[in-house]
Design a protein around this ligand. Structure first.
Ligand SMILES: C[S@@+](CC[C@H](N)C(=O)[O-])C[C@H]1O[C@@H](n2cnc3c(N)ncnc32)[C@H](O)[C@@H]1O
Length: 311
């Protein structure tokens, strides 16, 4: 199976990152390598792209292209500081950092990965494909009903979270939930047919919520942002593309906080925190894909990009 993924907002990423010959860039979510290939070409032989992905198939796919200025690392971007320390010359700072969060079309299409609710496969959902992850099965088979409902509501914005959690608990009294098909069946039974959305599969939000929790997606994002900022030189840019309002909130809040000179509560008249702004927000409004892109690549429709520059 070929690694297929159409990069989202590639034109806008390049417009905002303003890559240049000899520049150093980090692509924290390599995927199909759309951004990495473009950055590598512009950076040319004197520049470098540090490209990271948890998924060894993503790494192997770009390795085949033999891009001499790309350093490929299979790891979690949450370990950014140590990845840089082990792979890049000491004290080198970067000109740009990009994240395109979530999963690739390739991962979704590979039924063995257990991300898809359209095929029956072991319930897995780990970004790293090297070993089967038990985490998703552990959650659905062992978590308390109220905790399941909280996960589906908080991370999937699923209105029927309680019904689904109840359905899961009822069903697992009979046998363990092992496959994506088992879970889809439970969800379809739990949500009355008349309440199904016409456009969105009834399992979409539950699957999204589990994926976010299993892969610690929000925690990883919150932890990588300060490491990315530390890795940039003055004038270097951070571009983050998210697909979920909770991810976007983390990016927005971090950028706003780092763009302020003082973080003391408003009732304190004289600053005692000494915080100095370290970022300038470049995108006052979020950047969204154009209509043409959404037509060609419907997956891009929920993408949102924010960009900031290190002061
Ligand atoms: C949407 S795809 C990126 C697509 C890429 N921009 C392109 O142009 O093809 C997201 C990728 O990020 C990877 N990923 C998600 N979370 C990660 C993490 N915490 N650390 C490393 N890679 C991660 C996934 O495995 C997936 O390959």
């Amino acid at each position: 199976m070929d690694y297929q993924h159409i990069p989202v907002m590639l034109k806008e990423v390049l417009e905002y990152l303003q890559p240049k010959k000899g520049g150093y860039y980090i692509d924290g979510t390599l995927g199909g390598g759309g951004y990495t290939s473009a950055l590598s070409e512009i950076a040319s032989a004197t520049g470098k792209v540090l490209a990271i992905d948890l998924d060894e198939q993503a790494i192997a796919n770009t390795a085949k292209k033999n891009l001499s200025n790309v350093v490929l690392v299979q790891d979690n971007f949450v370990n950014l500081s140590s990845i840089i320390e082990s792979n890049i010359e000491e004290d080198k700072l970067f000109d740009g950092f990009v994240l395109d969060l979530g999963l690739s079309s390739f991962q979704l299409a590979d039924i063995r990965r257990g991300f898809s609710f359209r095929e029956d496969s072991p319930l897995d959902m780990a970004f790293n494909s090297s070993g089967e992850s038990q985490k998703t099965r552990d959650i659905v088979n062992n978590y308390r009903e109220e905790d399941l409902a909280k996960i589906f509501f908080n991370f999937g914005e699923e209105k029927h979270a309680r019904r689904i959690a109840k359905g899961i608990v009822e069903r697992r009294k009979l046998s363990r939930i092992e496959t994506t098909g088992d879970l889809v069946e439970i969800i379809k039974k739990a949500i009355p047919r008349r309440l199904w959305s016409e456009r969105v599969h009834p399992a979409t939000k539950t699957f999204q919520a589990l994926r976010i929790v299993v892969n610690k997606e929000l925690e990883n994002l919150a932890e990588v942002l300060p490491q990315a900022l530390a890795a940039l030189k003055s004038g270097g840019r951070l571009a983050i593309i998210s697909f979920h309002s909770l991810e976007d909130r983390i990016v927005k809040d971090y950028f706003r906080e780092q763009a302020k000179d003082c973080l003391c509560p408003p009732e304190i008249p004289i600053c005692s925190c000494g915080h100095k702004a370290s970022l300038k927000i470049i995108t006052k409004k979020i950047v969204l894909p154009g209509e043409e892109e959404i037509k060609i690549n419907p997956r891009s429709r929920s993408a949102k990009m924010r960009v900031a520059e290190k002061i």
